[in-house]
Design a protein around this ligand. Structure first.
Ligand code: NAD
Ligand code: TYD
Length: 361
């Protein structure tokens, strides 16, 4: 493991979990966390770091190339782990511009900074350097029921502006490896869930709405399938790639075959019926409401994880039921964290934009 790491988007869901994970595994690593603190990022996500003295937060835009060059110099950065992104498909349908700016232009700026400081100035040997790009399974498009799971060689076929912007950033990262020799790795991961996930994504939204007696909005028929992975398992996979991944390679990461959305939501309701037993909203499943589908909604994702399993020995360790139980308990223990978000006007605005007038199906 190298010593000086620039993590972008480290105040968001997966980034903050990853910083905690790295500090547990490799407390000697110095972490510079570049994050714009958009609606999705918060210093609250970084309150319980095991080694706060080894972490600094720089509130800045990943598109700010001169600033990033300065950070690479000042902190002698040898490893970049790039999480920063606009990450929510529904928001990309309402406003794709931010996705093009952050996910494509932002990644380009980071690559340019690395090319200049790392490759042109040759401050460190190439064998000491790593640019790891965090991507998604959504770049591969949607599967039909009998289709085999996505492999690293599956052609890209993104369908949403979010997925297209991530696919574009993956292509740029590969081009910088091929054209300039930037030492890169890429990971494409499936849907994560766990502590600190912003309550706009399916699982935390359902937990929040169930706790507050609000409808649980299931898009379409609720039979869409995601390949859910507990966030700590994702962190362990990234760590394995940083330590032993082969330069230039992509690795698929996923949790295995998983049930459709409606089953995820009914399981959350069952867990809450036990964990929040005294509430007036029990049984929570009475809150389920089928609503008009997301436009262009991808039907199914599934990841073939043979490569990372075979080459790096990684496999998921938390099964879905156990992961959902841990997640529900985390949210119950962090009601203040949730309350701070739902108090924000921007959160309520988003709920209105996405759900008001959607209609039941
Ligand atoms: P998130 O939305 O919770 O966090 C994104 C973080 O990036 C936030 O802290 C935000 O403030 C920051 N950010 C946004 N725009 C920025 C900018 N212009 N400059 C600097 N920082 C900026 O996202 P997440 O769920 O933690 O996802 C992290 C990464 O993992 C993303 O690249 C996403 O595409 C990828 N990914 C996510 C999932 C998932 O299920 N959440 C699955 C696979 C891959
Ligand atoms: P989401 O968490 O937004 O992740 P992604 O779109 O990147 O997969 O959604 C997960 C699944 O849950 C997806 O099939 C859409 C569905 N969904 C709902 O049915 N209702 C909701 O309110 C949300 C946010 C998502």
């Amino acid at each position: 493991m190298n010593q000086n790491m620039l993590i972008t988007g480290g105040a968001g869901f997966i980034g903050s979990n990853f910083i905690r994970y790295i500090q547990e595994q490799a407390p000697e690593v110095n972490i510079v966390n570049l994050d714009l603190l958009t609606y999705a990022g918060s210093q609250e996500n970084l309150r319980d770091l095991p080694h706060p003295e080894k972490h600094i937060l720089v509130e800045a835009d990943v598109s700010d190339q001169p600033l990033i060059e300065g950070l690479l110099h000042e902190h002698n950065i040898d490893t970049i782990v790039h999480f920063a992104a606009e990450s929510h498909v529904d928001r990309s349908l309402k406003g794709p511009g931010a996705f093009v700016q952050t996910n494509i232009v932002g990644t380009f700026s980071l690559l340019e900074a690395a090319r200049k400081v790392w490759l042109q100035e040759k401050r460190l040997g190439k064998d000491q350097l790593r640019f790891h790009h965090i991507s998604t399974d959504e770049v591969y498009g949607s599967l039909d029921p009998g289709d085999p799971a996505f492999e690293e060689t599956t052609p890209y076929a993104p369908t949403s502006p979010y997925a297209a912007s991530k696919a574009s950033s993956d292509h740029l990262v590969r081009a910088y490896a091929h054209s300039f020799g930037l030492p890169i790795t890429i990971s494409n991961c499936s849907n994560n869930y766990g502590p600190y996930q912003f309550p706009e994504k399916l699982i935390p939204l359902m937990i929040l709405n169930a706790l507050t007696g609000k409808p649980l909005p299931i898009y379409g028929d609720g039979m869409q399938i995601r390949d859910w992975l507990y966030v700590e398992d994702h962190c362990a996979a990234i760590y394995a790639i940083l330590n032993n991944g082969k330069i230039g390679e992509s690795y698929n990461i996923g949790g295995g075959n998983q049930p459709p959305n409606i089953e995820i939501v009914t399981t959350i309701c069952e867990i809450l019926d036990v964990e929040d037993a005294l509430t007036q909203f029990r049984p929570h499943s009475q809150l389920i409401e089928y609503v008009t589908d997301r436009p262009g909604h991808d039907r199914r994702y599934a990841m073939n994880i043979d490569k990372i399993n075979r080459d790096l020995g990684w496999a998921p360790s938390v099964n879905l039921k156990e992961g959902l139980e841990k997640t529900v308990r985390w949210y119950l223990d962090h009601i203040d964290w949730l309350n701070a978000i739902i108090k924000e006007k921007s959160y309520q605005n988003w709920v209105d934009i996405n759900y008001q007038g959607r209609g039941t199906s």
